[in-house]
Write a protein that binds this ligand. Structure first.
Ligand SMILES: Cc1cc2nc3c(=O)[nH]c(=O)nc-3n(C[C@H](O)[C@H](O)[C@H](O)COP(=O)(O)OP(=O)(O)OC[C@H]3O[C@@H](n4cnc5c(N)ncnc54)[C@H](O)[C@@H]3O)c2cc1C
Length: 588
């Protein structure tokens, strides 16, 4: 892998960070009146010592976090990723052993205090907005997607801050943030993956008041913990009857010491990330929040954050593939010239670049939409003690929450599908060398393949997004409001206008299809059309903030991106209009 600082050496990441993100908006949304800094002045509470007082201080702090992360990921982790992948994990009698190189990387990241990105300051976390967490994940995954999971896994406990009792948060979160524990999320079972409402691991409360869980979970990342950091496993289990569906599910914290890791999977990629089969046998669990909300509120909340993290991970993997391919293409000579000068190769490199730039724009917008509602909502509920009913009436919060609900599955699907294509092109550019394990792109390609599967497959992201697209495009819909506002703020080009009209037509045709089966079949075409239009819109919006060479480059890239989109969307329109015409004939 290229050895450099993965924050500093990435032109699009730098451009995004320095010129495209409205940091004032994000920082003010996160800091909520710089309450932590004020509290530190009043109380001297050590955990709040790093809390910024101003937008400038916050931005400097973010820069230093990403800079340190970029340095460790780009000069240490990336240099060991091949070795870690080839050595892999060992499993014996319920214990998992990690490659020595991975232990060194893990300790370096933990000692640098860079892991608890999503945990707030009062619980010893770094206290970072979602947007910064996404950038961190982007940087980490470029170095090594499997290590990225070890590095980031403790952050899933962020869900406890939202729904667990104060007592439970005080008991667990500081130790988790300090690295004394690692974390895992146990939803999937051998018979239930996408179909989470049916999971059957059972939780029963004894006369002593203790909940005990029995069942088997499958594919649980890091349930085995990490070396001297045992896991806490956030587990979905049934407190209602076997047929009680989603409403019969609750959420528990189970300690790794109370379960048995029966096996780890031998996988095509992510070789140094343990994917565990976990057996619960009367394992004690602490209930998080209230019974009955395990899936509908808590796991969904956790999964939404994890989905965005996988979108950012996909972006990082794609970056790794692109930069390695770009370097190879500049060095490999065929027919007396570097292959990057051959039009067919140049075309692949350019497409890889524009897909990454478009994905990043969408992932950043999804993260932004979360930051623009989540922190204020938490502040109003927890700090000001306002009733939920009243908070939910806030129009701006509702707007961004709905946008986040749409942009999260959209960006997860888009970035993950794109990352596999980019990794595939990276192999192609390496020719035969790409098919060997000598070069990093083989590992990157294998690792990329999981991104469209875990945290909900692309098909499930489509299910999650389609309602938001269709309802959102109704005359008073949220998506329509968003599009009108954003299009009104720029001077959109003709291609973007055509894409907007195509989205309108796709939604119209989709709505007029009468067969539920056909609708399910064609939902992806609508969601894809929407994602590509929104990416195009965000690219045009970004041009407003650029000048000189940056603007010129972005203009060319956007033109090409629109052309790709128009070609794809034309096919989608055709499929949808035929189905709609079929429905009209059937009705007639
Ligand atoms: C490396 C790895 C790490 C993982 N880590 C974790 C973890 O930490 N915690 C955890 O709980 N789980 C984890 N998982 C599980 C992962 O989230 C599931 O594999 C994923 O959700 C898909 O479930 P499944 O494998 O049972 O596939 P299935 O649900 O059987 O799906 C098979 C196919 O059917 C499609 N399909 C199913 N239902 C529908 C539908 N309604 N509409 C359209 N298409 C549908 C799917 O898209 C897919 O193409 C991990 C998996 C892997 C491989």
């Amino acid at each position: 892998m290229i050895r450099s600082n993965y924050f500093q050496d990435n032109p699009d990441l730098q451009l995004t960070y320095n010129s495209l993100i409205d940091w004032k908006e994000i920082i003010e949304a996160y800091e909520q009146g710089f309450g932590d800094a004020k509290k530190y002045k009043e109380t001297g509470e050590e955990a709040l010592a790093m809390a910024p007082n101003t937008v400038e201080e916050a931005k400097d702090y973010y820069t230093s976090v990403l800079d340190s992360l970029g340095e460790l990921m780009g000069t240490m982790v990336s240099q060991k990723s091949q070795e870690m992948d080839h050595e892999g994990l060992k499993y014996k009698d319920g214990k998992v052993t990690f490659p020595k190189a991975q232990d060194e990387c893990y300790e370096a990241l933990r000692d640098a205090g860079l892991m608890p990105m999503a945990i707030s300051r009062k619980y010893h976390g770094l206290g970072l907005p979602v947007l910064l967490q996404a950038l961190g994940c982007d940087i980490a995954a470029r170095a090594d997607a499997a290590f990225c999971l070890a590095f980031g896994n403790i952050n899933i406990v962020e869900i406890m801050e939202r729904f667990a009792s104060q007592e439970m948060c005080d008991k667990w979160l500081p130790d988790i943030a300090d690295g004394k524990y690692s974390a895992a999320m146990a939803l999937t079972e051998p018979n239930y993956g996408s179909d989470l409402p049916s999971v059957q691991t059972k939780a029963v409360q004894g006369d002593d008041g203790v909940w005990r869980l029995t069942g088997t979970k499958r594919f649980i990342t890091h349930a085995c913990g990490y070396k001297d950091a045992p896991s806490v496993i956030l587990t979905l289990a049934r407190t209602g009857s076997p047929t009680s569906g989603a409403r019969g599910l609750s959420f528990f914290l189970v300690q790794g010491k109370d379960v048995h890791v029966a096996n780890i999977e031998h996988k095509m990629g992510l070789h140094c990330s343990p994917t565990c089969e976990v057996v619960f046998e009367d394992s004690p669990g602490e209930l998080i929040g209230k019974t009955g909300y395990g899936l509908v509120k808590y796991s969904m909340g956790m999964m939404n954050a994890a989905r965005l993290a996988i979108a950012a991970q996909s972006l990082g993997i794609a970056n790794g593939a692109y930069f390695e391919a770009k370097k190879y293409a500049s060095e490999r000579i065929q027919f007396g010239k570097p292959i990057e000068e051959i039009p067919a190769v140049r075309k692949m490199l350019d497409k890889m670049e524009r897909e990454i730039v478009a994905s990043r724009a969408l992932v950043i917008e999804a993260a932004r939409s979360i930051d623009l509602y989540h922190w204020k909502k938490e502040h109003l509920l927890k700090e000001e003690g306002r009733p939920e009913k009243e908070v939910n009436k806030d129009e701006t919060l509702r707007f961004w929450e709905k946008m986040a609900d749409l942009l999260t599955p959209l960006s997860k699907y888009y970035a993950s599908e794109g990352c596999i294509d980019v990794a595939d092109d990276a192999i192609q550019i390496h020719g035969g060398a790409g098919y060997t394990e000598e070069y990093d792109v083989a590992r990157i390609y294998r690792d990329s393949r999981i991104t469209t599967i875990y945290e909900g497959t692309t098909q499930l992201q489509t299910v999650a997004a389609i309602g938001g697209v269709v309802a959102g495009m109704s005359p008073t819909g949220i998506l329509r409001q968003y599009i009108e506002r954003e299009m009104g703020a720029i001077n959109p080009g003709q291609d973007l206008k055509s894409l907007q009209e195509s989205l309108e037509q796709c939604v119209r045709d989709y709505k007029s299809i009468t067969s539920g089966q056909k609708k399910d079949e064609l939902a992806f075409e609508v969601v894809e059309t929407c994602a590509r239009f929104l990416c195009g819109l965000l690219l045009e919006k970004s041009m407003q903030k650029l000048t000189g060479e940056d603007l010129e480059k972005r203009q060319k890239l956007t033109e090409q991106y629109h052309l790709d989109s128009l070609a794809i969307v034309e096919g989608n329109k055709m499929k949808l209009s035929r189905a709609a015409a079929g429905a009209a004939v059937a009705v007639g």
